[in-house]
Design a protein around this ligand. Structure first.
Ligand code: BTN
Length: 325
């Protein structure tokens, strides 16, 4: 019955359909129609009801991820070996940390439709509404020293950036260290959390947040000038299953290259995608703010900057503001 009701509204886009017409079409009482509409509202459909005119469907909920289809399309040896998919979670990072404690193996991925306490870098919140994004955490166990973890963040930003460029042909670039920007607004953020013993990494939880199918009106007013989505930038609904598959493949390939060849190839790719090189920037670090020009990345993954007095700096962590002219 619900499907039939939805179909009638899809056949009458943006129009009112009276309770009488609906009850005739479905051969049931108007009270039964009202009850079904209430049920659909609970599932995320938005209806407007106006006396004498009837009901109008204003919004349909986003399609949930088709995890079976995603698994059948996966083309990786390790990444996505196990997928923990949940409708709602505080943060996929926290759930992934719990799975690590229970012995989850490398390549395990946590995916959520919605996060209620999504977290970003530097203690910020991460806006993660239902059904519209890629909110995931990957469990990795690389045999590398703790001080190299920063390189993994850079690797992930390169992988996501390359996939978005290839799949959607959009002008996306990396703002140091790992934010992805389109048209001056952030579309993806990456957060690495880890645990180490004797300066060696035990595991890394790589959180990736991509704003995929959010519409302009889904973005809160206070974030409108800072963030965008792939849908807003392309005008097209993005197939999340396909995006996941391409991401896993690219991440796995770059991860293997990194483990066998080191950071050098990743550094070259990162520099080619960076949007913060050779333009005036401000870098806010724990030690203060540096104003100058970034001219590259060193072999360890530090941003190399010449400040306004001509002094050289190497920065491993901080926040960059671009003074684009
Ligand atoms: C940032 O740019 O500040 C990093 C944002 C990272 C967001 C992702 S969404 C999936 C994972 N779970 C979280 O709580 N955060 C990361």
């Amino acid at each position: 019955m619900n499907e039939q009701i939805i179909q009638i509204f899809l056949d009458h886009p943006n129009q009112y359909v009276s309770g009488e017409k609906l009850s005739e079409a479905l051969n049931c009482s108007r009270t039964a129609i009202w009850k079904h509409i209430q049920g659909l509202k609970k599932k995320g459909y938005v209806f407007e009801s106006t006396p004498r005119l009837g009901y109008r469907m204003l919004q349909i909920p986003p399609e949930p991820l088709n995890v079976k289809q995603l698994i059948s399309m996966l083309d990786t040896a390790c990444l996505g070996i196990k997928i923990k998919y949940v409708q709602e979670v505080g943060s996929t990072q926290t759930l992934a940390a719990e799975l690590v404690k229970k012995g989850a193996e490398e390549g395990t991925v946590v995916i959520a439709e919605q996060q209620t306490e999504g977290r970003g870098r530097l203690g910020r919140k991460w806006f993660s509404p239902a059904g519209t994004g890629i909110w995931m955490s990957l469990i990795l166990k690389p045999q590398i020293p703790l001080q190299f973890i920063h390189q993994l963040t850079l690797l992930i930003s390169v992988a996501v950036c390359r996939v978005l460029k290839r799949m959607l042909n959009i002008d996306v670039g990396i703002k140091w260290p790992n934010d992805l920007y389109v048209g001056g607004k952030k579309v993806c953020g990456i957060l690495l959390e880890s645990s180490a013993e004797d300066e060696r990494l035990k595991h890394v939880i790589a959180g990736i947040g991509i704003s995929v199918n959010l519409k302009q009106e889904d973005i809160p007013e206070e974030l409108k000038d800072k963030m965008t989505s792939l849908y807003v930038e392309t005008g097209e609904q993005i197939n999340r299953e396909e995006l996941f598959v391409l991401l896993f493949k690219e991440l796995e390939e770059l991860y293997h290259i990194y483990l066998s060849e080191g950071f050098a190839p990743i550094r070259i790719l990162w520099e080619a995608l960076a949007i913060c090189l050779d333009c005036p920037i401000q870098v806010h670090t724990h030690q203060g703010t540096i104003q100058g020009r970034a001219y590259g990345m060193d072999e360890m993954g530090a941003l190399m900057i010449t400040d306004e007095e001509g002094n050289e700096h190497k920065i491993y962590s901080g926040d960059v503001s671009l003074n684009l002219v």
